[in-house]
Design a protein around this ligand. Structure first.
Ligand code: SF4
Length: 228
């Protein structure tokens, strides 16, 4: 599902929605990311997605299966160049079965649009497919149990750029204990895929002064994508 990158007017509107002053945008017209001609998915690929989604929906490989309302598989363009990976579903996600909904989800959508895309043009998933009770941090054994599903999603999407959304997602993806401040602004790797760490929108809602750094991270990701 390819689409057209947003025009300048739309992008500026989204930057303003992120509380980013419009003069901050200094990059020239960028048309990153989308494969212009996307072939229709082969049936075998569609079958693999269906099988994986069914496996996740019935998964009982960690204790989170006992407390979830439903699994949150992921959503978006299954052939996206950009893949956003958060930590785990929260309450709204658990209720709706979709990643990044609610206020934080809206801000993530604005961040994606600030990059020049509609949300439907990227793929969004989480490290964990089930909500940890009370939104506690994921446990190591839960991440290990769920990791193969994320790996298969990445293998199927074949993104050209992975954005780790927030400290917890970044630390689990990169198997690092470094704080976010040390992880951002660098190109990391998941296998052969470049990974860039960005602030979690929930954190940005609590700390709006950090939105400028968040925009810097998005600019960094765009540049890394263009320079590949
Ligand atoms: S979090 Fe992952 S491993 Fe645990 S039950 Fe849910 S889908 Fe299975």
């Amino acid at each position: 599902m390819a689409g057209t990158p947003l025009d300048d007017v739309s992008r500026l509107a989204y930057l303003q929605a992120m509380d980013i002053d419009v003069w901050v945008q200094r990059t020239p017209q960028v048309k990153p990311g989308l494969r212009q001609e996307v072939a229709a998915p082969q049936s075998s690929l569609a079958d693999q997605w269906t099988t994986l989604q069914e496996q996740v929906a019935s998964c009982e490989q960690c204790e989170l299966c006992a407390t979830r309302t439903q699994t949150v598989f992921g959503s978006g363009n299954q052939q996206a160049d950009w893949m956003f990976i958060g930590e785990a579903p929260g309450q709204s996600e658990d209720e709706q079965g979709l990643p990044f909904v609610g206020r934080a989800g809206q801000l993530l959508t604005e961040m994606i649009r600030a990059l020049g895309f509609a949300r439907e043009q990227v793929y969004i998933a989480n490290v964990l497919k089930c909500r940890p009770p009370g939104n506690r941090d994921p446990k190591a054994d839960e991440v290990t149990a769920c990791r193969a599903y994320l790996q298969q999603q990445i293998d199927l999407v074949q993104p050209k750029m992975i954005l780790a959304v927030g400290r917890i997602a970044a630390q689990n993806l990169l198997q690092s204990q470094e704080p976010l401040a040390k992880l951002r602004g660098k190109i990391h790797q998941w296998g052969e895929k470049p990974v860039i760490v960005i602030y979690h929108p929930a954190y940005l809602l609590r700390s709006p002064l950090e939105k400028r750094k968040a925009w810097q991270d998005l600019q960094f990701a765009l540049k890394a994508f263009r320079d590949k």
